[in-house]
Design a protein. Structure first.
Length: 275
């Protein structure tokens, strides 16, 4: 049984997320290593002996950067052939070895489990995020391995969505929405790349939002414990409850950032280790 969303697939076939205007820009950003540097927990657990699976790789930046830096085995799946073809083309042009596959995560059945399973900004676009999280831990992550996940945050995401929904209700055009998104994000990039982010953040046909507590409880049922999270900038913590208390504050932080004209999409990441 699959919980993949057909509307989401159609949406990303039209323009995959994180797409640049030409191949050279894709190659330049893969070579920069920026996607990997944005996720310090991965830098701590990856090595040339680590077998990695990325679930929902899109155009393949992160997988290519992991393979390039650590020279390790990387398998990457995505249900969108358009994105996978782009990922493969970029990696081939840089002579980076990644096993890109077109696959539905709910139907994917690898022969082996992985040392590290990564899924960033993907599972909340399925019809059952919780089932997807459980599948990543139960079916893709080996005992002693790690699951690193990134999802929209229930409290942190709401002010961002409400802000743009209010603009839409007041009759803002897509061009006006894009202009405001560009102002908030302040990302200096080419037009196609900016538009791919705008569509993903503002015009997406389906998403759900979650809390660290919810995902930690789900992972615990599959025998995986929380190691670190962006909720406290990946610092050591005394108890999970202190993190759960802290994440409620994300809503006020988000409101404040938007009021200051700053970008705050309401996204969090967490690293879990499986028993």
């Amino acid at each position: 049984m699959t919980f993949a969303n057909d509307e989401v697939l159609k949406f990303y076939r039209e323009l995959p997320f994180n797409t640049f205007g030409d191949l050279e820009e894709h190659k330049k950003n893969i070579s920069s290593g920026i996607s990997l540097r944005n996720h310090p927990p991965l830098l701590e657990i990856l090595s040339d002996q680590t077998r990695v699976l990325e679930v929902g790789c899109g155009v393949g930046w992160l997988s290519a950067q992991i393979a390039d830096r650590f020279h390790t085995s990387v398998t990457s799946i995505d249900f969108n052939k358009v994105a996978v073809d782009m990922a493969q083309k970029s990696a081939d042009s840089l002579k980076i070895a990644v096993d890109y596959q077109v696959a539905d995560l709910f139907l994917y059945s690898p022969d082996v489990k992985f040392d590290v399973c990564v899924s960033l900004g993907v599972l909340h676009h399925t019809n059952n995020c919780i089932d997807a999280v459980q599948r990543c831990v139960d079916h893709f992550t080996k005992s002693g391995g790690y699951f690193y996940v990134g999802l929209y945050h229930l409290f942190g995401r709401r002010p961002f969505l409400n802000y743009f929904e209010s603009m839409m209700q007041n009759g803002a055009s897509e061009k006006e929405l894009l202009t405001e998104y560009a102002r908030l994000s302040q990302v200096k990039t080419d037009d196609k790349h900016l538009y791919s982010w705008f569509r993903d953040q503002v015009l997406h046909p389906h998403e759900t939002q979650h809390t660290l507590k919810e995902i930690t409880d789900v992972c615990a049922k599959s025998g995986a414990r929380l190691v670190s999270t962006s909720i406290n900038q990946f610092k050591k913590f005394d108890s999970e409850s202190e993190l759960f208390d802290r994440e409620v504050e994300y809503e006020e932080v988000s409101k404040q950032r938007i009021a200051e004209g700053k970008y705050f999409p309401g996204f969090f990441t967490a690293l879990y280790k499986k028993n």
